[in-house]
Ligand binder design. Structure first.
Ligand code: AMP
Length: 631
């Protein structure tokens, strides 16, 4: 084992040699001619000329060596189901799904939208798409019709794979009516909707469009669908993420770079070995689910646990019982989930044999000290905070114990990961901040390493303007996060520079929520801000100005309206985006030029000093919010 500093230096100084070495970890149908093409910065093309297939690498290539070993372990505490698919069985299931997609006319380059709960068929669908060169776009099952419609419009799927319902904490959540409504709202109509019927909820059928998955595969028990060899730069998927406008961005990922980066990350960051079990508690609708429930563990020949349910049902021991039962060696979760568990007696952890577990990785939101200390004490295992984004697909900051064991520092996700040329820059001048302990924007010098986004789907201009042109005077990728670096090079994340908020590890755009609330007939104007919350990290708070203020004059009137507005958000975006409260004011705090003073609203809600208010148009607007929040 060399030092991490050397490893990182090589990755930055000689990226081609470094990544050529990492690329040996996957199978290439055709070897690449060029490791990196970077003649049109910031558009990086990795492994140019090479051909491969992610499904082949994640499934087929393991069939000979470990065909009878577990690949996908499905556990649902919602439906009381536990099914283990070996690599051989997964290979078969994926081919059946691929055959069904093919029968619907889906081929290379076509988009397939996947709107599904955490069931094995969702994994089959993702793998089947990349198998045939189709580009999937998974939409989180907690999103509702308007969120879905904007994604359908943007990626224009030829087919949609969905299910009758999900289930959360014992409550069935039907999907099909939301999907039908979304298709009605969107200008693009898919040719077919492939429905996995779990028998949880009845669903209306549109003849000629809707296909029942079970019937379609009945004749396909032994379907054989070969892998389509695609260029390394062929898009593997699009995953939408919230930005500062109301319209989510389609993060486009490649094939070869992603496979290489994920496969390498299992070794260098997560310390997983083939034949071991990986358990990520995320959802396939988020990037962690893509990378660390589905692709990375399977690419590395590990079994992966796909868990449908909440962490405390049937009791708070459920996750730890799975760690013991399946000898999980790597676990990945989010601080919010740990904060939920922390409310319970820790004996539920202690009663299980967790000796297989090497480390617990946490990401997605800031990890606070009480949470980190509690879980570290209870588990007696390293807790590794890692920082990244949908855009990068794998960690930007972490400790890379697979390269060189290093101590973590509390509150820091660690050091720049190999491949990432991380800089801290001044947001006003773009200058690099070299001295320690100065606050700046966390930025990455191009080229972004393999696995990161190629562009915004069909929108290179948005890729440039959202990410590469926000720091003045230089072409550099901005994460839109504030950070500081200490004397030892460890980074500390200080929050977003933009209007994106992070609720329970879920990234949400305040503009999207504002647009949804504004669609309520009574609302004239609204501001949504993220406010610190002990359990979820942040929650959304809405302050609305009504067209007719008298509607909210009484407590009852305000309560009814608040309920109605929350329902609108539930139906349009999904409960995940529902604000914790909707409060009514007669005026929003703005500058004299009409700019909403979000930071001041947020500060007041969090009981902090709102800062410089010399530009405020009418100070009484902020006082109204102060009064409402009891400040
Ligand atoms: P997402 O794209 O949904 O994964 O959200 C990415 C954003 O979540 C980042 O830009 C950060 O604001 C935040 N984030 C992710 N991981 C961490 C972490 N370990 N510590 C602090 N913030 C994080």
């Amino acid at each position: 084992m060399g030092t991490f500093a050397d490893f990182h230096r090589q990755s930055i100084e000689a990226p081609e040699a470094f990544w050529a070495e990492q690329a040996k970890g996957i199978h290439w149908h055709r070897p690449f001619d060029q490791v990196l093409q970077y003649d049109q910065p910031p558009f990086a093309r990795w492994f140019v000329g090479g051909q491969t297939n992610i499904c082949y690498n994640a499934v087929d290539r393991h069939v000979d060596a470990r065909g009878d070993q577990a690949a996908l372990i499905f556990v649902s505490t919602e439906t009381d189901t536990e099914t283990v698919y070996t690599f051989k069985q997964l290979h078969q299931e994926v081919q059946r799904m691929a055959a069904v997609l093919r029968a619907q006319g889906v081929g290379k380059g076509d988009r397939v939208l996947i709107y599904m709960p955490m069931i094995p068929e969702a994994a089959f669908a993702m793998l089947a798409c990349v198998r045939i060169g189709a580009i999937h776009s998974v939409v989180f099952g907690g999103f509702a019709s308007v969120s879905l419609a904007s994604r359908i419009d943007d990626c224009e799927p030829k087919a949609i794979v969905s299910a009758d319902a999900g289930s959360r904490a014992g409550k069935v959540v039907p999907y099909k009516h939301l999907l039908d409504e979304a298709i009605k709202l969107s200008s693009n109509k898919p040719n077919s909707v492939i429905m996995v019927d779990r028998g949880l909820a009845a669903w209306p059928r549109t003849e000629g469009r809707d296909v029942d998955y079970a019937s379609a595969c009945a004749a396909l028990t032994d379907a054989q669908v070969p892998c389509e060899w695609v260029d390394a730069t062929h898009p593997s998927y699009i995953l939408y993420t919230s930005g500062t406008t109301g319209k989510p961005k389609g993060v486009q990922r490649d094939t070869g770079g992603y496979a290489v980066a994920l496969n390498a990350s299992i070794q260098h960051i997560y310390m997983g070995q083939p034949g071991e079990t990986y358990f990520s508690t995320s959802d396939i609708g988020w990037v962690v689910g893509h990378s660390y429930i589905i692709y990375a563990p399977l690419l590395a020949g590990m079994a992966t646990i796909m868990y449908e349910g909440v962490p405390i049902r049937p009791d708070p021991a459920i996750w730890w019982s799975l760690v013991e039962k399946y000898k999980v060696s790597v676990m990945f979760s989010a601080p919010t989930a740990v904060r939920v568990l922390k409310k319970y007696d820790s004996s539920f952890i202690k009663k299980h044999d967790l000796s297989s577990l090497k480390a617990l990785f946490l990401a997605g939101e800031p990890l606070d000290e009480p949470t980190a200390n509690w879980i570290a004490d209870e588990l007696g295992r390293p807790i590794i905070d890692n920082y990244w984004q949908t855009e990068t697909g794998w960690p930007i900051l972490s400790i890379c114990n697979g390269v060189e064991p290093k101590a973590a520092k509390f509150g820091s996700p660690g050091l720049p990961v190999y491949g990432y040329n991380v800089k801290l820059v001044d947001d006003a001048t773009g200058e690099e901040l070299h001295e320690p302990n100065r606050k700046g924007v966390l930025a990455i010098e191009g080229p972004l390493p393999p696995g990161c986004m190629q562009t915004v789907w069909r929108n290179d201009e948005r890729f440039l303007s959202s990410y590469w042109r926000s720091v003045p005077n230089r072409l550099i990728y901005s994460t839109s996060d504030w950070a500081v670096r200490d004397e030892d090079g460890y980074y500390f994340i200080l929050g977003r520079t933009d209007d994106v908020i992070n609720v329970a590890g879920h990234r949400l755009g305040t503009r999207e929520i504002e647009e949804s609330i504004s669609s309520h007939a009574a609302v004239a104007e609204v501001a949504v801000v993220g406010v610190a919350d002990q359990l979820k990290g942040q929650v959304a708070m809405a302050f609305a100005v009504l067209k007719d203020a008298s509607l909210a004059e009484t407590a009852d009137g305000a309560r009814v309206l608040e309920g109605q507005i929350m329902k609108v958000v539930d139906e349009q975006l999904g409960a995940v985006a529902r604000p914790a409260r909707v409060r009514f004011v007669t005026l929003l705090p703005k500058t004299r030029s009409g700019k909403l003073l979000r930071r001041a609203i947020q500060a007041v809600c969090e009981g902090r000093d709102p800062g410089d208010l010399t530009t405020i148009d009418d100070p009484s607007a902020l006082r109204q919010i102060q009064d409402l929040m009891g400040a």
